[in-house]
Design a protein around this ligand. Structure first.
Ligand SMILES: C[S@@+](CC[C@H](N)C(=O)[O-])C[C@H]1O[C@@H](n2cnc3c(N)ncnc32)[C@H](O)[C@@H]1O
Length: 264
């Protein structure tokens, strides 16, 4: 992979909200979201004119990206990777659970300061932790909100989503204003360098086009270390340097990535 940007920087992408035709509820949802995000609401016929489109369909909210990295993001906590990890992920012995401090009879409170598509947060909630997700991209936060709302009306998931809350904003600021200190702060920033292993999932490539490279992860780690009750956990690709060159208390290694754990 070379270093040519896949698309213009996120701020130059044209963006709109739409919905499939003929369903007044979807239209209503679209209008509300367009107002909230300050975006135009376009008819389906015009949707091809935008680089990025948030579109309501019968299966929920989808984010469509055009261009070289074309593809769709959609959050469905009941299927795909999320369902697989929930059902077959290895319970409290899996690396993420050990990294955040889950033990028999112990479920730490967690803030996931880089929520993304909510995969990690949802898994931690299925294991019984109270998780607050923070996501600064309003587009990803809208997808997360939609995924949570649909999960709340799914009999098998509604218990789990009562463990999850969502805040849209920059965690560097939100952490400074917390009323309750979480035991664990978890972060999984985008990896700034273009390593194939870090970007080989299409979903991650699309997210990168939308949010950029999280170059300020060092500041986020500093803020997290000041606010965590017990530990900060940072997910890194295998072989990547530690954030801020800061040596962790211990490391949990996996095949392609690792968790750097900082006890505070
Ligand atoms: C690699 S993704 C996280 C994927 C996530 N762990 C999952 O399981 O789906 C990184 C996300 O962190 C978000 N992010 C990075 N820095 C942030 C900050 N300071 N505050 C809030 N969100 C941030 C980015 O917008 C991006 O969506």
């Amino acid at each position: 992979m070379n270093d040519t940007p896949l698309l213009p920087p996120p701020s130059t992408l044209s963006l709109a909200v739409s919905c499939v035709e003929g369903n007044p509820i979807l239209r209503e949802n679209g209008l509300k979201l367009a107002k909230k995000l300050g975006l135009p609401m376009v008819a389906s016929a015009e949707k091809e004119q935008n680089d990025l489109l948030l579109i309501y369909t019968e299966t929920g909210l989808h984010l469509q990206l055009k261009g070289k990295t074309r593809g769709t993001l959609h959050i469905d906590f009941s299927s795909g990777t999320m369902a697989y990890r929930r059902l077959h992920g290895g319970g409290i012995k899996q690396p993420l659970a050990r990294a955040v401090g889950i033990k028999p009879g112990k479920r730490p409170s967690i803030i996931d300061v880089t929520a993304g598509l909510g995969n990690d947060a949802f898994l931690l909630a299925t294991l019984g932790c109270k998780v607050c997700m923070v996501e600064r991209s309003p587009l990803l936060a809208a997808l997360l909100q939609d995924g949570l709302e649909r999960a709340a009306s799914n009999l098998g998931l509604k218990e789990i989503v009562t463990n999850i809350t969502l805040i849209q904003g920059d965690a560097r600021i939100i952490l400074g204003n917390l009323e309750e200190i979480p035991e664990t702060i978890y972060m999984d920033p985008m990896y700034p360098h273009r390593r194939k292993s870090a970007l080989n999932k299409q979903e991650m490539r699309i997210i990168r086009c939308i949010v950029g490279a999280d170059e300020d992860a060092g500041e986020l780690l500093q803020a997290a270390l000041l606010r965590a009750g017990k530990r900060v956990v940072v997910k890194r690709p295998k072989g990547a340097p530690q954030i801020n060159d800061q040596i962790p208390t211990h490391v949990i290694s996996m095949k392609n990535s690792r968790y750097d754990v900082y006890m505070v």
